[in-house]
Design a protein around this ligand. Sequence first.
Ligand code: CA
Length: 253
Amino acid sequence: MAIEAAGLSHVGLVRKHNEDSIFLDQGLGLFVVADGLGGHAAGEVASRIVVERIAKVIESTARQDIKSLPSYDSGYSVNGNRLREAIFDSDRAITDDIVRHPERETMGSTVVACLVEGSKATIAHVGDSRAYLVGEKTIAQVTRDHSWVAEQVANGILTTEEAKRHPFRNVITQALGNGNDLAIDIVDLELKGSDAILLCSDGLSGMVMDEDILSIVKQASNLQVAARGLIDRAIENGGEDNVSVVVLKGDLS
Ligand code: CA
């Protein structure tokens, strides 16, 4: 068995441009969703820079001694270090692009990336793009949004339901390309049985409830059908934002 994966991205029903970018490479074991910010075509540029730079760094670090990486930190796994280096690199690449194209100064991007090796999955994220672990009967959000409402929920000020409808629900507390220091979250998971990982932009998580995501993935005959079903549901529910999904299963053989 090899890694199985499927991904789709849709402009939605309201926006003129799709500023999300997705990337899937079973050979590298790399899967990425990036949600660009900045409008006027700049968001598209930012999210594309992110997926391209991450792919490049993951490829170039496959056989490298990770201790030689500029961002090496012994507190993280090998693949956690590779993802951190890749995300720092993509952050610098956006900043460099803005220097060359000042008209794009407001651009930035979120990212959620998953690097799979056999049954091990390492997930890194910045912003409010999410990873979920979909088990036999349960769904769990692996990432914690870097967003204002998520902070309020963590502090007990808002409930999860209030956060979903809050006028500030789209305010993120960190993004790639904004020139600030990044706090990248890294999670290492061991996949088993029928576990699937879903990466998505907020155009899915903001439009489709977690229980519905679970039932769509579980009822699908394969991952392509699951990805299509998730996009279709976000559109049915209003498609207010660009919507991107990547679903994958590890190589458990
Ligand atoms: Ca979005």
